[in-house]
Design a protein around this ligand. Sequence first.
Ligand code: FES
Ligand SMILES: [Fe+2]
Length: 425
Amino acid sequence: MLSKEQNELLTRVGKGTPMGETMRRYWHPIATSDELPHPDCDPLRAKLLGETFVVFRDTEGKVGVMDELCLHRGASMALGRVEDGGIRCLYHGWKFDVTGKLMETPNHADPRVRERLRAKAYPVREQSGLIWTYIGPKEHEPPFRHFAYDKVPESNRVLFKLVVKANYLQMWEGGTDSSHVGILHSNVTRPGWLADSGAAPEINDMVSAAWDDTSPQLEIENTGFGFHYVGMRAAANPEQRNIRLVPLFMPTGRIIEFPDFYTTVFDTPLDDETTASYLVDASDVRQLDLNERLKRSGLVEERFYKNTEFVANWDTRFNQDRESMREKRSWSGFHGITQEDAVISTSMGPIYDRSTEHLVAADAAIVRLRQRLFDSVQRFQDGLPPIGVELGDLTHMRGFDLDIGKQETWRPHAAHHVEHYPAKD
Ligand code: FES
Ligand SMILES: [Fe+2]
């Protein structure tokens, strides 16, 4: 449980708020490359941490991120014309390049104004299908980050963006929460439920005996990037137990292991009440297909997912299929992991008030997540770098899902994190 003040501190991300300023010390994704598919495509009006930006691709293919409103008299640049080497405001035609340099001012012949003024433009990197930006103070720009998914061939990687009407922490806590996986996602994961109900598994390769153990034991350890936890469950073989490690990295990330691919998720706050989750799947062993992934996630129908937005809401009771629940064909009345997760986060309201919750031992990783966020804000307020901000090479960060002997410990399997990202506190 958190006090109302603590809840406010963790959930508010606008400019000038403690969490908002801490988050501004990191790079964040602001769009996918697919949203800016070619040099003369439409500019985007994109939110990040409560601020609005124009994101555009110039005629040479370079991406620019600038404050949304024109430097001259405030028209939205997102309505502007993408022209040779820059973007031009519709109102009086001022034209800027991706660095914010003022190239032309058709209503003002004197060139001095072009030398004196500059639009606020932000550093941009485009990598593995994501467009990243850094909107914090220039002098604190941290190293740009690389992840394990950057190292797989392009054909072994797919990604998509899901915008949900819920605060980022609801989404991130959901991703941190091990004990819901064998319950909310029963149709995908839990053999016991499937056998009792007679339902066909929605995804065969996720069904695992370990998910029948719905009360995992958790062990948690701080790391340089945030922390990781291990969920320990009974395995099918009574001589073994299942261990599943999940890395949680500041300021909004996690990695989830599946049988032959892994998903790196960034639950990026657009504003206090809206989150863009970027999900990047990568496989070391096989090619991946985006349509197959969207189907697995329950995001192929427009009544759930349209133009990157999760659109199901209370107006239609989230399109829940109660009949399938009564007939025991479905646990949740929903289909697909991501669909189920998005519904749950949205159902809590835009910003959940954690002063009314009742935590149990199974929520230990969520408590640690909040603690690491508080620590990060505290470090920022003490004039120190927030947790993990100095880490550019995150390519060694990975989870696992293994069955090991009952007497064995999980620690040797997590040695890669201890070696590359030792905890500093
Ligand atoms: S408001 Fe943009 S050029 Fe005048
Ligand atoms: Fe989930």
